[in-house]
Design a protein around this ligand. Structure first.
Ligand code: ADP
Ligand code: GN1
Ligand code: MG
Length: 363
C-alpha cells in the first residue's frame, strides 16, 4: 500500500512533509497527522477514505467542499475566525480535491486546527455544553443550505427501520456462527422493534422537517479549545446529508452523556448521566432551539434513545457479519460496543420523564 508520507507530498502543502503518523480513533477512515518541515512548521490531517463504506467518493467530496465553503461564509458573516471554526480542504498539487493512489484508494487533506483537543468521553457537563453548542451551531449555520443539493452519500443512513431489516438479515445468515453467543442482545433489539419506524414515518408524513444534518455527532467529532474547552470546529463531515435534527441531537447524547467508553467491558460503569445530558441539551438548544418545531422538541429524548439503539444494533449486526464495517482492535469489540449501547438504552428508558423535564427547562 502506498505510504501516507508519500501521499502527503502530493498535496499542495507549504513545505515538505517530514512524518505521517496514525492519528485519532475513528472506526471508518484511516487518519494521519503529517508534520511539515520548516519554514512552514505546520501540521496537516491526511485521511484515506474508506471505499467499502463510501462507494461514491467524488460525491462525498463534493458535499464536503460545498458545505465547508458555505460554513466559511457563514462564520465570516458572524464575525468568527474561518481559519479555526470550519474545516478547510487542502487541494492536491494538480488542483483536484483528492488523490488516488496506485491501489485505487482515495486520500484527502485538511488544514490541522492547532490548540484544540478531542475527547473520547466527557468529564464535565461544561465540556458537553461545548459539544452541544458546536453541533447546535452547525445546524443553525446550515439552516439556509439547500438540502436537496447534497448527495445522499449513504442512503437510509439513520433509517432505523431499514437498519432493523439489515440486522435481521445478519441474524438469519449468521455467517460466523456467533448468533447463539449474542442471543440476549438479539432479544433486546427485537423487543423494541416497534419503535424503529417512529421517526421515519413522521418524516414521510411531513410531520418532521428534513434538514441538513451532520449525522455522526459523536464527541470526538468536535474540536474544543485545549485550554478553555470552548467549541472551535465541527469535523468529520463525510455523512453530512439531509436528515432529522433528532439524529444529531440523539447521536450527540449517545456518546456524550455516557459515563463510559463506547467499548467499556464493565457494564456497571455505563449509564446516561443526566448532568451531562443537560449540558449537551442546553448548548444544543441555545444555538438551534428556536429553529425546532414543537414536535422536534418533544421528541429529543426519544431521538437520543433511538440513535443509541440504532448504533448498538449496527455494532451487533457487524459482530454477526464478522466485523467487516467498524474497525476493531480486539476480538469481540463490536459485541462489547453493542452491549454498552443497550445498557444506555435501558437506562434512558428509566429516565425518559427526567430527560423531558430537562428539555423543557432548557427551552
Ligand atoms: P474518522 O472518520 O476516522 O472519525 P475524523 O475526521 O473524525 O476521522 O478525524 C479523526 C481525528 O483526527 C479527530 O477525532 C480529531 O482528533 C483529529 N482531527 C481531524 N481533523 C482535524 C483537524 N482539521 N484539525 C485537528 N484535528 C483534527
Ligand atoms: C462511525 O467514523 P466514525 O468513527 O466517526 C460511523 C458512525 C457511528 C460511529 C460509532 C460512516 O463513525 O455512524 O455512529 O462509528 N460512521 C459511519 O462510533 O458509519
Ligand atoms: Mg470521527
Amino acid at each position: 500500500m502506498t505510504d501516507a508520507l508519500t501521499i502527503a507530498g502530493l498535496f499542495s502543502v507549504d513545505s515538505a512533509p517530514l512524518s505521517a503518523e496514525p492519528y485519532g480513533s475513528g472506526h471508518i477512515n484511516a487518519t494521519y497527522l503529517v508534520q511539515l518541515a520548516p519554514p512552514a512548521d505546520g501540521r496537516v490531517i491526511l485521511q484515506r477514505i474508506n471505499r467499502r463504506v463510501f462507494s461514491h467518493i467524488a460525491a462525498l467530496m463534493e458535499n464536503v467542499a460545498n458545505v465547508t465553503a458555505y460554513l466559511r461564509r457563514m462564520v465570516e458573516a458572524e464575525g468568527g475566525d474561518p481559519r479555526r471554526e470550519c474545516l478547510r480542504l487542502i487541494p492536491a498539487r494538480d488542483g483536484a480535491p483528492m488523490v488516488m493512489d496506485e491501489e485505487g484508494e482515495y486520500w484527502r487533506a485538511y488544514v490541522f486546527v492547532e490548540r484544540t483537543v478531542t475527547l473520547q468521553t466527557a468529564q464535565t457537563p461544561e465540556q458537553l455544553h461545548s459539544a452541544g453548542l458546536a453541533f447546535g451551531r452547525f445546524q443553525r449555520l446550515l439552516n439556509g443550505y439547500p438540502a436537496a443539493d447534497l448527495h445522499e452519500v449513504i442512503p437510509h443512513f439513520h433509517d432505523t427501520a431499514s437498519r432493523y431489516q439489515d440486522f435481521e438479515r445478519a441474524v438469519a445468515a449468521d455467517v460466523k456462527g456467533r448468533a447463539a453467543a449474542a442471543q440476549k442482545e438479539i432479544d433486546f433489539v427485537r423487543a423494541r422493534h416497534k419503535e424503529t419506524g417512529r421517526l421515519v414515518s413522521l418524516l414521510q408524513r411531513g410531520e418532521l422537517p428534513l434538514r441538513v444534518t451532520h449525522n455522526d455527532t459523536k464527541l470526538n467529532n468536535v474540536l474544543l479549545d485545549e485550554e478553555s474547552f470552548a467549541p472551535v470546529c465541527v469535523i468529520d463531515l463525510d455523512t453530512v446529508m439531509p436528515g432529522l435534527s433528532l439524529y444529531d441531537f440523539g447521536d450527540g447524547i449517545r456518546v456524550g452523556a455516557s459515563t463510559a467508553a463506547e467499548d467499556e467491558t464493565d457494564l456497571s460503569r455505563v449509564s446516561c448521566d443526566l448532568a451531562l445530558f443537560e449540558g449537551f441539551t442546553h448548548g444544543f438548544l441555545s444555538e438551534c432551539g428556536a429553529l425546532l418545531t414543537d414536535q422536534e422538541r418533544a421528541l429529543l429524548p426519544f431521538g437520543a434513545k433511538l440513535m443509541t439503539y440504532e448504533c448498538g444494533m449496527r455494532f451487533l449486526a457487524d459482530y454477526l457479519e464478522g466485523d467487516t464495517y467498524f474497525r476493531i482492535h480486539r476480538p469481540g469489540q463490536n459485541l462489547d460496543r453493542c452491549r454498552t449501547q443497550f445498557r444506555l438504552v435501558a437506562d434512558m428508558e428509566t429516565k425518559m420523564a427526567e430527560m423531558e423535564a430537562i428539555v423543557a427547562r432548557c427551552l
